[in-house]
Design a protein around this ligand. Sequence first.
Ligand SMILES: Nc1ncnc2c1ncn2[C@@H]1O[C@H](COP(=O)(O)OP(=O)(O)OP(=O)(O)O)[C@@H](O)[C@H]1O
Length: 691
Amino acid sequence: MGDEDWEAEINPHMSSYVPIFEKDRYSSGENVDNFNRTPASSSEMDDGPSRRDHFMKSGFASGRNFGNRDAGECNKRDNTSTMGGFGVGKSFGNRGFSNSRFEDGDSSGFWRESSNDCEDNPTRNRGFSKRGDNDLDPDECMQRTGGLFGSRRPVLSGTGNGDTSQSRSGSGSERGGYRGLNEEVITGSGKNSWKSEAEGGESSDTQGPKVTYIPPPPPEDEDSIFAHYQTGINFDKYDTILVEVSGHDAPPAILTFEEANLCQTLNNNIAKAGYTKLTPVQKYSIPIILAGRDLMACAQTGSGKTAAFLLPILAHMMRDGITASRFKELQEPECIIVAPTRELVNQIYLEARKFSFGTCVRAVVIYGGTQLGHSIRQIVQGCNILCATPGRLMDIIGKEKIGLKQIKYLVLDEADRMLDMGFGPEMKKLISCPGMPSKEQRQTLMFSATFPEEIQRLAAEFLKSNYLFVAVGQVGGACRDVQQTVLQVGQFSKREKLVEILRNIGDERTMVFVETKKKADFIATFLCQEKISTTSIHGDREQREREQALGDFRFGKCPVLVATSVAARGLDIENVQHVINFDLPSTIDEYVHRIGRTGRCGNTGRAISFFDLESDNHLAQPLVKVLTDAQQDVPAWLEEIAFSTYIPGFSGSTRGNVFASVDTRKGKSTLNTAGFSSSQAPNPLDDESWD
Ligand SMILES: Nc1ncnc2c1ncn2[C@@H]1O[C@H](COP(=O)(O)OP(=O)(O)OP(=O)(O)O)[C@@H](O)[C@H]1O
């Protein structure tokens, strides 16, 4: 269903809530919360003091080399640095809502919204369009164009969601100061509105308003750092998953954490994180990375890819006796980890912080939608591992706060996304930045649950020619712990069906995916009107709102999260029991990532997808394949559609390319079940075709 159709559908309903909204808009700083008609909304007002805890300063002794004997030493961080500015201030400028938003629809950027959220950026736009995504975040779209912070502030951001009060009120005082000066987005009038770096403005070569949001620091206490959820009943079944390793001379897999021979501090952290057993991707990837090899690893969603790269990188750093970070204007991290969305990069950072706890390794996270000055302040305090979204990373490099000379590890999480037309050019820029060690001199690691062949080919430019390819299970396949159901639902019946399902589900945590940001707002509002406590996340929401929404969902204030693609990848939220594809995505890879928000780490989950005969037939064939591969029931009607739309030679992808089921170099090793060492067969195809 196109955007046009949707607007036609929703417009009649708008009138019922526009006046309230408009009234709200002018409610002079009060938290008038007309949309919060849900039980959860009342609890929105408290963000929880823990999230405003003090944040660490570096606390690292200058130049000390802790090597492997650093346990406990470096995490004695100075907790005195507080995030000033929370507690006062008000929101204005772009955070408000255009007087004529609803009336003048087409005249504003928002209403001209295409199916792609990044229309402000032609380059990115093309990339996303090709991929069929419409809400991939990042920075790029937001910061470089200023568009999202400019005229395209979301009309319904926060509406109807549990978080409306903070979205629309002019004052943050009721929120215990959560919404302070830090969060103001000052309406810009083009170039002039951008502040210099010193003033905390965004990239000097961009246009748009100044972004001053400073994310609340994560809790510093050990319990919070190591908080984790339980592995599920199917965790042990991971051992039966087939694993394929291709490439020359791969080191054998390990069966236990002990075999990895990590230092004591890391082992302690692994234990505190509740990890007792390796997942398949960890069994194979950890020894490969420890052996210094480049790696492209493809494993099902929720199967522990983050630890698979973090642990061996940290082990190397410890082994090499990394020098403790200290305050410097130019930091030279040893490791850069890039990921496509802000929330994901933040999550990776929290994992890095967890595993490096008690060591002198300092991880830092930077991402768009936050004050650039804040990112810089985090970095200059010391930085060994930099977790970043591409746009913010390039800005910081441009500002010479990060030098690349010391880079030993470059990690692309969600690598297929990082290399597609959306982010590929940025990644190419990154590897050709002055100072960046050549691929021969650094270790490059790529992880994802999906790896289309064309992307694998692009990846060769980043990897040494003898890189190894690890495929856990069916590459690009769905996690088998997710019970998948596809229902035939026409667009005009979708809302009714959604409500019916959500009422049956009750309070179980559910993510509802829709195709456009506008629709995310609308559905969230609609569900709130139906008294289903809902929040939403998408690329038009301010970063503060996004984080608030995610927090409300994660901590159970709102059991339903309506999301666009921005939340499709990587997010690891405990107890998400259901994913509903209100709209199917345009690619099967996206489908695989979306449903992977449930059924994680051996837990079970359910995914229900609404299949609209008017718009989704192109997905029938790959969907049948994904369902079949994951041993799910395939509805007869879906098989019929797949048959009638059959494309000879097709094996899964909607992009007309072959579903990536193998290392595209074709050379294969023996097929293994996880837990047994692979004997590496020589690769019959020469690597040079890749280099
Ligand atoms: N060996 C392990 N034992 C117990 N829990 C683990 C283990 N490895 C990872 N986990 C946990 O499993 C969850 C999923 O891990 P992670 O987010 O790294 O998955 P992923 O493969 O990167 O998923 P996605 O493809 O969606 O990005 C996390 O909560 C993580 O802490």
